[in-house]
Every structure is written in C-alpha cells, then in structure tokens.
Design a protein around this ligand. Structure first.
Ligand SMILES: *[C@@H]1O[C@H](CO)[C@@H](O)[C@H](O)[C@H]1NC(C)=O
Ligand SMILES: *[C@@H]1O[C@H](CO)[C@@H](O)[C@H](O)[C@H]1NC(C)=O
Ligand SMILES: *[C@@H]1O[C@H](CO)[C@@H](O)[C@H](O)[C@H]1NC(C)=O
Ligand SMILES: *[C@@H]1O[C@H](CO)[C@@H](O)[C@H](O)[C@H]1NC(C)=O
Length: 382
C-alpha cells in the first residue's frame, strides 16, 4: 500500500514539474471527462471530508496528503485557497508561510517579512501575497504540529488550485472537492487581477474551467462533486450570482465576528439569518465546540443549532475531528471512534471534516458499510 501511493505521488509530481508554468495542464484537461464510468460518490451516509488532505499523517495541503486521503476513502478532499502576488490561486491555509514551510530558513527571502492588518489584527511574517508563484513553488512544506510525523518535511511543494483539482479528477473513483475562499477581504486588498476581477471571480473561473457546476445532487454535480465554503457571507452571496454549485457558510467560535460583515455568532445563527442565508447556501460548517460547548474539557449540553439548521433544510458539516487525545474531550476517553459515534448517532450531522480520513472511513465501514461497493464488479442481473 505504502509503495503504491508513493508511486502515485511521484507520477503526479512529475506531471506538475513537467508543466511547471503557472497554469499546468489546464488546457489539456479542461474538457476531459475523467470521471466517466468511475465508482460514484457514496451518498448513503455522512460525507468523509479530508481536512487539508490526510494531514494527520502527511504535511497539509500537499499532493501526498491528498493522495493518501483518497487512498484512505475520502469522499471529498478539502483545501484552502489563497493567492500569490502575481494572482495565481494556491492551496494554503495560513496567510503567512512560516508555520508550514521552510521560508524562515531561506536567506534570499529574509527581507520579505512584512506586517499587515488581517481581519482586524496586525500580523507579521512572510505573506503568500508578497511572493510570486515561482517563488512559492521553490519552498518546501513541513508538518504544522511538532507531535505529528516529521519525516515528510522538505519533500513536497505548495500546490496550485489547478493541481489540486487534477488530483481529484484523476482519482480512480469519483472524489469531490471542498475548497474554501480564504481571507477574501485581505486577498482582494493585496492582489489585483486584470479586468477588475476579484478573488471570488478567479476562484469560480477555475472551478468552471474544469467543469465543476450544478446544484447539489444534479447530474453535473454527481460527476464532479463540489462544496464551496467560506467564513465570509459576502463572498458566498457574491458567487451565488455566478455559480449554482452548493456553498456552506463556516461558523467560528461564538466570540469571533464574521471577517466581512462584523456580525456576531448570535446574529449569524439566528433563525432569521439562517432563513436569509439559505437562499445562497446549502448548509453551515460550524466549529464542533460551537455546536456542543465544552466545560472543563467535557461535553456540555448541545445547543439547538443543528436542529434549527435541519429544520430549515440546511446541512451541517462540523470541523475539525482529530484523533490525538489533546483534541478529544474527556467523555471520549481517548477514543476517536467514540467521538465519531457521538456526532453521527447522537448529534446527527451530515458530514465531518477530519484530519484522519482513514479512521473515519473505518468507523463508517464498520457501522454503515458503503452500499455501492459490492455492485461495482458485477455484471447486469442474469
Ligand atoms: C503559527 O504557530 C504559532 C505557534 O503555534 C501560533 O501562535 C500562530 O498563530 C501560528 N500562525 C498562524 C498564521 O497560524
Ligand atoms: C496596526 O499597525 C498600524 C501601524 O503601526 C496601526 O496604525 C494600526 O492601528 C494597527 N492596527 C491594529 C488593529 O492594531
Ligand atoms: C448579481 O448580478 C447582477 C447582474 O450582473 C448584478 O446587478 C447584481 O448586483 C449581482 N448581485 C450581487 C449580490 O453581486
Ligand atoms: C465590530 O463590532 C464590534 C462590536 O459591536 C465593534 O466593537 C467593532 O468596532 C466592529 N468592527 C468593525 C470593523 O466594524
């Protein structure tokens, strides 16, 4: 198994290096119907969303982390979209590079450190928006957390949005994508595109270029499943004018106002607001502790957020599920399966963002086996 996915990584990396200009392979693959006749997306149980790839094992948002997640059974691979100085869309979580790349040791970039106000806070570091794509591609990604496997540090580079999409399209079964429009206010302040285009326009253009479109569960959608996510309601409302693909509004901690409209948690989770935003989104993606606030690291009483969202026909996709004990509340007695059981059986959510796709997949195969699987190799009934 291990050697298999390493081989896939190498093949993909070669493909990417071969077309290492800004827009790799886009023209060649734009119209390619690579999902024809593949095993379809499973839709019989809550979705397994591989948060930043299988980043519990392999540095986040790299080709290797996404290939691993696909191998482990992800329904969707998840990513954060930011931009380079020259306007290319990249898969990267933080607006600054230091926590997950080798930028701090790259002396040629030492003078590129800046301070910007991001969502009302002054941040200092090396910002993606101060580097060209070529420069970003010269960096090497590393593991964010010291308690996770460090052996892959320095091996992989930053992906473009195009390369991420190609990984999903070339999977051997239908695998959906789940990109986030990340920090849109900041990106639109710092990066300018020709023709007055905004970050959101470039984001949707990229999806359309590869044929990602259509309402939830439509024929187009099932061929190339997609959820678009953002913490910024204005971005979701803006793009709902240009794509009917399903969107989710992410919801942070109760103390964090939205980055664009400055509305409080209480405002954006009121029935009135949910009834308004459902015209633009298919669901919400709340932090799990926002749904069930902990007390002294034990689960407190669950809020009614899931029930109220479901009553309005909104899906609920909470984040982020992590196997390590430091992230598991004491009720789960160091057992991530107990946490999955609680969220899937008691709370009843529609998808989970996990750092450990393999664990969630195993749990679901044991408790709700994939219905389509057996049918795959059988011919028509005699
Ligand atoms: C980088 O890591 C440090 C230490 O964990 C943390 O305080 C900081 O917020 C991180 N930076 C970003 C941009 O997430
Ligand atoms: C950020 O720093 C600038 C320059 O020192 C200052 O004018 C601004 O008020 C600061 N912003 C915040 C949110 O602290
Ligand atoms: C949607 O598009 C129409 C026509 O281009 C425009 O008038 C309207 O302002 C747009 N709405 C939003 C929310 O961007
Ligand atoms: C956001 O709202 C808070 C609380 O009402 C207020 O203190 C703050 O100044 C507002 N920020 C902006 C940028 O409007």
């Amino acid at each position: 198994m291990d050697s298999l996915w390493h081989a896939s990584v190498i093949v993909l990396v070669l493909v990417f290096i071969g077309g290492s200009d800004a827009n790799p392979a886009a023209r060649r693959h734009g119209q390619l119907d690579v999902n024809h006749k593949k095993q379809p997306l499973q839709t019989s149980r809550p979705y397994n969303i591989a948060h930043r790839g299988s980043n519990g094992e392999i540095p986040e948002e790299t080709a290797a982390a996404y290939l691993r997640a696909i191998e482990e059974g992800a329904d969707f691979i998840e990513t954060d979209i930011l931009a380079s100085e020259d306007g290319h869309l990249i898969c990267f979580h933080d607006v600054t590079l230091e926590n997950t790349t080798d930028i701090a040791s790259r002396t040629e970039f030492a003078g590129r450190k800046r301070t910007y106000e991001v969502e009302g806070v002054n941040m200092t570091g090396w910002f993606t928006v101060d580097f060209t794509l070529r420069e970003l591609k010269s960096l090497r990604v590393k593991q964010r957390f010291s308690f996770r496997d460090q052996q892959y540090n320095g091996k992989y580079n930053i992906l473009t949005f195009d390369e991420f999409i190609l990984i999903a399209l070339h999977a051997d079964r239908v695998v959906g994508i789940y990109p986030e429009i990340k920090n849109p206010i900041f990106i639109n302040q710092q990066v300018k595109w020709s023709g007055g285009k905004k970050f959101e326009d470039k984001f949707v253009e990229t999806l359309l270029k590869y044929g990602y479109k259509g309402k939830y569960m439509s024929e187009d959608w099932l061929k190339k499943p997609l959820f678009i996510q953002s913490f910024a309601p204005t971005s979701l409302i803006y793009i709902s004018n240009i794509t009917n693909a399903p969107k989710l509004l992410l919801i942070d901690d109760t103390t964090v106002p939205t980055q664009d409209t400055n509305q409080s948690y209480y405002e954006i989770t009121s029935n009135g607001y949910l009834a308004f935003i459902r015209k633009h989104v298919i669901g919400i993606g709340p932090w799990k502790d926002t749904i069930v606030p902990p007390e002294n690291d034990h689960l407190g009483p669950a809020t009614d957020l899931v029930a109220r969202a479901h009553a309005l026909n909104l899906q609920v996709h909470p984040y982020t599920f992590r196997n390590e004990n430091s992230y598991l509340h004491f009720n789960f007695h160091q057992d991530p399966y107990a946490e999955y059981e609680y969220w899937l059986r008691e709370i009843g959510v529609d998808a989970l963002f996990t750092d450990f796709t393999g664990s969630l997949h195993k749990y679901q195969e044991w408790t709700a086996p994939h219905q389509n699987k057996e049918k795959k190799c059988k011919g028509p009934p005699a």
